[in-house]
Design a protein around this ligand. Structure first.
Ligand code: NAP
Length: 319
């Protein structure tokens, strides 16, 4: 049984990560760290944390627990690096939320620290465990659309204002790009690899005019690949609409509507026919892979190198 702590008991931890963890048979929530001890205690109680000391308001105290195996880091983006380094130094495996870091040097330091400590570093791109996307990825890999020529991915949300930590620079670095654009980029990288080859060009257009804050409200990124394929992603904090992902190939195409999100649902069509799949909790999938990577002493499906490449591309798009 893998004992896993949760650092940062916010929205994604409450509604997705810890419910996902509860579905992984060989792992359990062990302890919780918040800046507020009462908040940690209440979260731990609500989710049945199993440790002796379930609530902490200091990371070093949480990490000092010899029965703790691993941590899930779900704090604002600029805190990920320092917390990952501390966890690695304490010999704990790390599943860190996306984007793993907000600068490339920190990302590299996280990879090195985890490698030197002999612990797994996984990055939480849960959309890789959407059952429909997984099935589509396999079918595309078998040639269902021929050679990929083009991808388009759009994910947006309607923010009520720009008070969110992602919109300001204290603990955030990008807004729509960090919230959802980084997932779109991950899907493009996943579907394009390895046949698409390396990225040969990246262009971006970043908009901040509605609220005028320091971070992207909307972003459009276009990518070109060695194979001649291209991809476009659009992320936005300014409107709510069904998400879209489209894959066009030399011999067919696929469309995904309403699939990008937390619930593992949505409609997928492959070459004009519905692609049937059994919806599954994508967070349970990502945590099960993290636990299996630890047990099997293998790399997780999304490792630090892949997470870093994503960060480097965000930096190139919006330096
Ligand atoms: N993969 C996904 O589907 C997905 C979806 C959403 C978010 N995320 C990622 O998960 C991470 C957390 O996002 P979230 O939406 O859960 O954010 P959130 O609701 O704001 O939660 C973050 C938690 O971090 C803690 N924290 C520590 N220092 C903080 C600070 N200076 N300012 C604000 N909070 C601080 C807070 O808990 P205490 O106040 O109790 O310390 C807070 O509840 C981000 O990296 C985000 O990109 C991933």
């Amino acid at each position: 049984m893998m004992n896993i702590a949760l650092v940062g008991p916010g929205r994604i931890a409450e509604h997705s990560l810890v419910p996902g963890l509860s579905k992984v048979p060989d792992a359990r929530l062990w302890s919780v760290m918040s800046r507020n001890l009462e908040r940690a205690r209440s979260f731990a109680g609500r989710h049945g944390a199993a440790g002796e000391e379930v609530a902490h308001d200091r990371l070093d105290a949480l990490l000092a627990d010899p029965e703790l195996d691993a941590v899930i880091i779900a704090t604002p983006d600029k805190l990920h690096a320092e917390q990952t380094l501390a966890a690695a130094e304490a010999g704990k495996h790390v599943l860190v939320e996306k984007p793993m870091a907000t600068d490339a040097e920190s990302g590299r330091a996280m990879i090195e620290a985890c490698r030197d400590a002999g612990v797994v570093l996984a990055v939480a791109y849960h959309m890789r465990w959407h059952a429909g996307h997984r099935l589509l990825h396999a079918r595309v890999g078998e040639g269902a659309v021929g050679t990929i020529r083009q991808m388009r991915v759009q994910w947006s949300f309607q923010a009520p204002d720009n008070a969110n930590w992602r919109a300001v620079s204290e603990v955030g670095r990008w807004w729509s790009l960090a919230g959802v654009g980084t997932h779109c980029l991950d899907q493009i990288r996943w579907f394009m690899a390895p046949a698409g080859g390396a990225t040969t060009a990246l262009r971006s257009s970043i908009a901040r005019a509605v609220w005028g804050g320091p971070h992207d409200e909307q972003a459009t990124i276009t990518l070109s690949f060695e194979s001649g394929a291209q991809a476009t992603l659009c992320s936005s904090a300014l409107f709510k609409a069904p998400t879209r992902m489209e894959v066009y190939g030399s011999e067919g195409f696929a469309t995904c509507e309403g699939t990008l999100g937390a619930h593992g649902e949505g409609r997928i069509e492959l070459n004009g026919e519905p692609l049937e799949y059994e919806p599954a909790d994508p967070y349970a999938g990502e945590i099960a892979d993290f636990v299996a990577a630890i047990n099997e002493r293998r790399a997780p499906e999304v490792d630090g190198e892949e997470g870093l490449r994503n960060v480097e591309m965000l930096l190139e798009a919006d330096p």
